[in-house]
Design a protein around this ligand. Structure first.
Ligand code: MG
Ligand code: MG
Length: 293
């Protein structure tokens, strides 16, 4: 990733439109999982919901079989940060549940174009709690909301069309503001990063979630990037479990993960995996989005 020498795939508007189709499937997956999650369900049950949505849309999971990954979504609960494997774990009220989903759809030539998005929610007795719910642990709710806000700040930074690491600087700054507001220590996970996306789920460049002295490559029309901060209530240090996938916090603190796939277009940005293309959240940050629908 250093020095910007790697090739970054630039998409045509037509290719971005196919990616939008994939992005909306992924949005539907996450909405269905959020709506169906209940205490007593297993994480494998959530995976069944996800695969049903992808199948019904005529899309294809890009997680299933990825380097041998055995499921359609990643379900990462409490101290699990990312890459949790759906299985027999039974969800409980109070759990902080991160769900990461992806799918691709094919263009007229049969080439696959990918979407990738993640959300984190807190489970209440009757299902997913709304943001700010008094039934949620306030520190967990602050973590989830701060991570989501940091993601939107990182996405908004793309609209300035400066350089790649403007994203990481914006993510870090947003988390500092959120942490100061609540007095809560928040740790950015630095070992895992966002990425380019398009004809594959993971493409160059890496998208850091923290500021560095390097500003990174210039942002250009046709770049599509997955912005995905991972944040913990502790140090941000992580380790991988013996299953070879699940990443947990080293200190046992709870973690959140939010992600959207975003396209940089001639006239602005569009959030491919948000049903409204990011219009509502980005308007609050002074950014108008472009629609490709
Ligand atoms: Mg993802
Ligand atoms: Mg990703």
């Amino acid at each position: 990733m250093a020095f910007g020498r790697e090739r970054v795939e630039l998409k045509t508007l037509e290719q971005v439109r196919v990616m939008r189709r994939a992005g909306l499937v992924v949005a539907d997956v996450l909405a269905a999982v959020r709506a169906s999650a209940r205490p007593g369900m297993t994480t494998a049950d959530l995976d069944v919901v996800a695969s049903g949505v992808i199948d019904a849309a005529g899309a294809t999971s890009n997680f299933l079989g990825y380097h041998g990954f055995p499921a359609t979504i990643c379900t990462s609960v409490n101290d699990e940060v990312i890459h949790g494997i759906p299985g027999p774990r039974v969800l409980q009220a109070g759990d902080v549940v991160s769900v990461d989903a992806g799918a691709f759809v094919r263009d007229a030539a049969g080439k696959g174009w990918h979407g990738d998005s993640a959300t984190t929610f807190i489970l209440g007795a009757d299902g997913t709690l709304p943001s700010g719910s008094p039934d949620a642990d306030p520190a967990d709710d602050a973590l989830v909301r701060a991570t989501e806000a940091a993601m939107w700040a990182g996405i908004a930074a793309l609209a300035q069309r400066g350089r790649l690491n403007d994203v990481g600087r914006a993510v870090e700054a947003a988390l500092e503001v959120a942490g100061a507001a609540t007095g809560q220590e928040l740790g950015i996970v630095e070992e895992y990063v966002g990425h380019g996306i398009g004809s594959a789920m993971h493409l160059p460049p890496d998208v850091l979630n923290y500021a560095t002295s390097s500003r990174g490559i210039p942002l250009k029309t046709g770049m599509c990037l997955a912005i995905e901060p991972m944040v913990t209530r502790g140090s941000g240090q992580t380790r991988e479990l013996a299953d070879g996938w699940t990443v947990v916090t080293s200190d046992g603190s709870r973690a959140a993960h939010w992600e959207h796939s975003v396209a940089i277009l001639e006239d602005g940005i569009t959030v491919l995996t948000a049903p409204d293309a990011g219009a509502e959240r980005l308007a609050a940050l002074g950014v108008d989005v472009v629609s490709v629908d």
